[in-house]
Write a protein of this length. Structure first.
Length: 415
């Protein structure tokens, strides 16, 4: 069993910091190949099922004039689904234009709005470009983070397995996942390097991107303890007052968002019921009214899933449950082998993922939420030193990816 030990600021940090070019070259090559494959696959699926794509009268092949209309048809319109519509709506009109929009944290729509206005109102293009830049940067930084503890080949396999996973294409969508995971990885990398204000700022960006982002605070605090525990035992907490002030940026960012949300009348917190604070942090009342989303114990969601599987089973639920169980098993297996702070991050997110309840659509979006638990891909990459594990992982991921990506374009799967 491979166990990564926890130490202070590793010598490997300085060694890895000298090799950024290798990480960027790999990230760019991986992104270029994957993006080309994804675009071609989407174009083919939308050609076969044109009724699901707006402006389907524009031919996929050959390229037609005007060129921008054709590029929009091939690149962007097959992605205009589900949460993408919410983010673009917020970027254009701000919060309050649609009931439930305050469930979507502000950083991504804010960036989309700023860039979209610079592009003359092309908000979908702006959202897509932000996701692409964040995806490449995230892959490069994750490569460097993995390389602090493992060799270059493991770092390459980790990023390959992440983006090639069944919902890896969500990093290319105008969704928050690429920005969210970039912020989380940046926070952990900065903490490993002892740059606490940068870690807190990146954690704050994660908290402003999506609900699970604030979970990065727990592994950051663990890293702080690991690096300064001897000094803290001798001199007390005051020796880490500066780093703690930096890490405070993460919860303060979330608090600022909640305060703003409260000004819109969308916070439900009862002082005599402390448990309602968790719901106020994770689920907005208006979104719960629209979608029926609640926050409860993990077995409550599992109970809803079992009831539906008995009464009216359907393929979408079966797929979500099957892939979720596989990813949960990998998460638990990785938690006992990876660095302790990564294990804390993984288990916290897994618990949060399983506790978000949709009574009508159990486990909706569960695969995408597990995809940002990057330590499971680190451990999978270590096991994949074996050629059998490597090829079995690649083949299974490819089959699930092709199926789920096509279902997304056809409006048949909520990622």
């Amino acid at each position: 069993m491979e166990v990564t030990t926890d130490i202070g600021i590793d010598r490997s940090v300085a060694q890895t910091a000298q090799k950024p070019a290798m990480a960027w070259r790999w990230a760019l090559r991986l992104y270029a190949g994957y993006c080309a494959l994804f675009v071609l696959w989407n174009a083919w699926v939308s050609l076969v099922y044109p009724k699901w794509v707006e402006e389907a009268s524009v031919a996929v092949w050959p390229p037609s004039a005007p060129l921008w209309t054709w590029l929009e048809r091939v690149l962007l319109l097959p992605l205009l689904r589900y949460d993408v519509i919410w983010y673009i709506g917020i970027a254009q009109h701000g919060y309050g234009h649609r009931p439930g929009d305050t469930a979507f944290h502000p950083l991504y729509p804010l960036l989309t709005g700023l860039l979209g206005r610079m592009f003359g109102g092309e908000y979908l293009l702006a959202a897509w470009l932000i996701a692409q830049v964040c995806c490449v940067t995230m892959l490069a930084l994750l490569y460097r983070l993995v390389a602090l503890d493992d060799d270059e080949a493991t770092a390459q396999r980790t990023t390959l397995f992440l983006i090639g996973s069944p919902l890896g294409f969500s990093f290319l969508l105008p969704y928050t996942e690429s920005l969210l995971l970039l912020s989380i990885v940046a926070a952990l990398y900065a903490a490993r390097c002892g740059r606490w204000w940068l870690a807190g700022a990146a954690g704050g960006a994660a908290a402003l991107t999506k609900q699970p982002g604030v979970a990065v605070l727990l592994p950051l605090l663990w890293e702080l303890w690991q690096q300064h525990r001897d000094a803290m035992r001798m001199h007390g907490v005051r020796v880490v007052s500066g780093p703690l002030a930096g890490l405070a940026l993460t919860p303060l960012a979330l608090l600022g968002w909640i305060v703003y949300r409260a000004t819109l009348g969308d916070v439900a917190f009862l002082w005599y019921r402390p448990d309602t604070l968790i719901g106020a942090l994770l689920v907005t009342p208006s979104y719960a009214d629209v979608w029926g989303e609640t926050f409860s114990w993990p077995w409550v969601n599992f109970g809803y899933a079992l009831d539906q599987l008995r009464q009216r089973p359907y393929f979408y639920l079966l797929l979500n449950v099957l892939v979720m169980l596989i990813m949960l098993a990998l998460t638990l297996a990785a938690a006992v082998r990876v660095r302790r702070s990564y294990a804390i991050y993984s288990l916290t997110l897994a618990a949060l993922n399983l506790s978000i309840v949709y009574p009508l659509w159990p486990y909706m979006g569960i695969i995408r939420r597990f995809t940002i638990i990057f330590p499971l891909f680190i451990q999978l990459a270590r096991w994949a030193r074996s050629p059998i594990v490597l090829w079995l992982t690649l083949v299974c991921n490819a089959l699930l990816w092709a199926l789920i990506a096509s279902m997304y374009v056809r409006n048949a799967f909520v990622p």
